[in-house]
Design a protein around this ligand. Structure first.
Ligand SMILES: C[S@@+](CC[C@H](N)C(=O)[O-])C[C@H]1O[C@@H](n2cnc3c(N)ncnc32)[C@H](O)[C@@H]1O
Length: 201
């Protein structure tokens, strides 16, 4: 099972495991983003997505349980000349502020089922009315591919899991299928993912 220390080890060193550019799905949502929106990037690792949101003028918080990852996120933000808040916390146990965010980015965060459910409940609480959740995670069909993702099947996502955990949100987009990844050394090539864009009523 993954631990924060294991992620600290992966993030030690200068290179960015998932690159410095944002996730392509999140990037495709740029037309929906407005400066001043409050954004939370959960499991943001080295901060590529949080920093990109901050560059779009969103007031952004990156949450991750790896202090090493978050230190790199802060350094990337400084290099790009943007402000980024960071929170070192377990996404399954954080005190998500009610209606505290207009956008939550959940990009390649694969938690054990109980933790996933707890984090999802927190995210639903944390979204303000009209707020968006953007999610991309690997699906079971990714098993055996070399383009990334967890080894444990219970960590993978399906459309049905999205529908169950986020039943209180309206579906704007939800697909389970094949995409091409080019996101740092750890995410390269054809991959099987779930992508979702959900809105809090
Ligand atoms: C595959 S990486 C993705 C990082 C980032 N979202 C990206 O796309 O570049 C997964 C991230 O989730 C974080 N993570 C895993 N479990 C977590 C938990 N329970 N609480 C907070 N962060 C967690 C890891 O530390 C890691 O940074």
């Amino acid at each position: 099972m993954s631990t924060s220390l294991a992620w600290d080890e992966r993030y030690a060193g200068g290179s960015f495991q998932f690159g410095e550019a944002p996730n392509r799905y999140l990037e495709s949502l740029a037309p929906r983003l407005r400066p001043g929106m409050r954004a939370l990037a959960i499991g943001d690792g080295e901060g590529r997505n949080g920093v990109w949101l901050a560059e779009r003028g969103l007031r952004t918080t990156s949450l991750d349980w790896s202090p090493v990852g978050l230190a790199k996120a802060r350094a990337l933000a400084e290099r790009r000349g943007v402000a980024l808040g960071t929170v070192a916390a377990d996404a399954a146990a954080w005190a998500y502020p009610a209606a505290g965010f207009d956008l939550v980015a959940w990009i390649f965060v694969h938690l054990p089922p109980e933790d996933r459910a707890a984090a999802a409940a927190g995210v639903v609480r944390a979204l303000a009315p009209g707020g968006l959740l953007a999610l991309e995670c690997f699906s079971p069909a990714q098993h055996g591919r070399r383009s990334g993702g967890p080894k444990l099947p219970e960590l993978l996502w399906t459309r049905a899991i999205v529908e169950e955990l986020f039943a209180g949100l309206a579906v704007e987009e939800l697909l389970e299928g094949t995409v091409a990844l080019d996101e740092g050394p750890r995410h390269q090539g054809q991959a099987e993912v779930v992508r979702a864009l959900l809105r809090k009523p």
